[in-house]
Write a protein that binds this ligand. Structure first.
Ligand SMILES: Nc1ncnc2c1ncn2[C@@H]1O[C@H](COP(=O)(O)OP(=O)(O)OP(=O)(O)O)[C@@H](O)[C@H]1O
Ligand SMILES: [Mg+2]
Length: 480
């Protein structure tokens, strides 16, 4: 559950980093104080955590040199070993607000993060945030949306999480929030256990196998010591298998065995180890189709597909109403701009309309990027149409697409260009015919084609035509 946006963990203790991962959206790790100072000055975290590598004196010196704006001071926590040569008092005198001793106390980080988050939201004027979330589960997992689609997804998440369903499959297009859904399930089902994620597309078959199951020393060249796999590491928490469709077929067979037997063996091992974790798999491909095309095992598909949670794309009519809510939420919560800059605090109606019209193939992730880019480009305190830069999808760019979905501005020149391109497209680039369709001479048509640099369309990749990597023309009227 991401309670905070950014935490910087200073020191090499992996346990501290792991707990930070559970409470923050982004965790930045620094091995030493010099690296930490650079990170803290760049990312403005909500919290910094020191492990016991650092004495109270060094922490005091660090806080003194990085603390140049008291109103944005991150909360500092010392997460140290049970026994250190220094007392809690000494850490606190050095400027840390909490001193957590030993792993059991490190768990209090959740509670501290919640306390840090509340005043932080008040300070940013986020009192409207509660209106973005349908219920506590949504708020705890940061899932913004009030549409019917989000409500029914959350209800299904609750039902599945409270059942004994294991494994759980989450599907949906890229950027729809599958990982958020997985974290919401984890939050409900396992208050304390770890949430361990692995992207099945990011590793080679052999690496993925040893990541998942672990290995015994000497089981293959390079295995110079025993390795604990993610299944074991997840313990009684959650193992999130992202992009399961990309898992190699022979590993799929091994995973199926784990799901059926609830035991596994390390690579090169002989002992069966119990698997107690909840396994959540996600896919943005249609697994049924993958089975038909023999890229995914049918038996594994049926094993996973007990009560699938499908997340609707942002463009679906049941979810479109969330676009505005999400855009305003990202505007309020993003800190992409330097704090010295004027705060962009609203979106003009025209800009909102442009957001509503787009098809969002990259879903919520794409929307977030568009808003953050607009915040950087915008020079006033409201995001206007000219700062909204969107990649046009093929459907939107098609000459035959309805005008209301295609145009983002009201420029006559643009309309003329589109009309000419459409006439040429429909006549298969027969210029005489196109000119007569348009009611202009061939010479005028030639001149316009040159003026607007209209070219025959090339085949497009993945349905995306990159036309929008620059700001659109200025907004013609000031509205809102
Ligand atoms: N409902 C939502 N409210 C707020 N933020 C969201 C929502 N859905 C997604 N996001 C944000 O969008 C980004 C993508 O979400 P996430 O990683 O969960 O998507 P995904 O479906 O797993 O994508 P992919 O298939 O590409 O892995 C994240 O930054 C996430 O915080
Ligand atoms: Mg994902």
């Amino acid at each position: 559950m991401s309670i905070l946006r950014r935490i910087v963990v200073i020191g090499r203790k992996s346990q501290v980093r792991d707990i930070a991962q559970e409470v923050a959206h982004e965790v930045f790790a620094a091995d030493d104080l010099a690296e930490a100072a650079d990170i803290v000055n760049t990312v403005t975290p909500d919290m910094t955590i020191f492990d016991d590598t650092f004495t109270p004196d060094r922490i005091r010196e660090f806080l003194r040199t990085t603390d140049n704006d008291p109103s944005r001071r991150p909360v500092s926590v010392a997460a140290v070993a049970e026994e250190t040569p220094f007392s809690n008092c000494e850490y606190e005198n050095a400027g840390v607000s909490h001193c957590l001793r030993g792993l059991s106390e490190h768990r209090r980080l959740h509670e501290i993060a919640l306390r840090v988050a509340a005043p932080e939201q008040d300070r940013r004027g986020d009192s409207g945030d509660s209106a973005c979330f349908v219920n506590d589960i949504a708020a705890a997992s940061g899932m913004v949306g009030r549409s019917e689609a989000v409500r029914s997804t959350l209800e299904l998440i609750r039902l599945v999480a409270q059942s004994r369903c294991n494994p759980i499959l989450v599907t949906g297009e890229t950027g729809t929030g599958k990982e958020l859904a997985a974290k919401a399930i984890h939050t409900i089902r396992h208050e304390d256990g770890p949430f361990v994620a692995v992207n099945c597309a990011a590793l080679t078959a052999n690496l993925l196998e040893s990541e998942l199951f672990g290995h015994i020393r000497g089981s293959f060249t390079g295995a110079d010591r025993d390795k604990v796999g993610l299944l074991e590491y997840a313990g009684e928490g959650t193992l999130f298998l992202d992009e399961i469709s990309e898992m190699p077929l022979d590993l799929q067979a091994k995973l199926l065995r784990v799901l059926q037997e609830r035991t596994f063996r390390k690579v090169g091992g002989v002992k069966d180890l119990p698997c107690q974790a909840t396994i959540i798999a996600s896919s943005n491909r249609n697994l049924r189709k993958e089975v038909d095309e023999r890229r995914f095992r049918q038996d594994l598909y049926y094993r996973l597909n007990i009560c699938p949670i499908e997340i609707a794309p942002l463009r679906s009519c049941e979810r479109r109403e969330d676009i505005r809510l999400l855009a305003e939420y990202f505007l309020r919560t993003s800190n992409i701009c330097n704090h010295g800059r004027r705060r962009v605090s609203a979106i003009t109606p025209l800009a909102l309309e442009a957001l509503q019209r787009h098809d969002w193939p990259g879903n919520v992730r794409e929307l977030r990027n568009v808003i953050e880019r607009a915040m950087l480009l915008e020079s006033t305190d409201r995001i206007g149409l000219r700062s909204i830069v969107i990649e046009t999808t093929q459907a939107e760019a098609m000459p035959g697409a309805p005008v209301s979905r295609r145009t983002r501005d009201f420029s006559l020149e643009k309309a003329e260009r589109e009309l000419i391109a459409r006439a040429l497209h429909e006549t298969g680039w027969q210029k005489t015919q196109a000119a007569s369709l348009l009611g202009i001479t061939r010479a005028t048509l030639y001149a316009k084609v040159k003026q607007y640099n209209i070219q025959k369309q090339k085949p497009q990749l993945d349905g995306i035509e990159l036309t929008g990597c620059r700001p659109l023309e200025p907004e013609p009227v000031a509205v809102g």
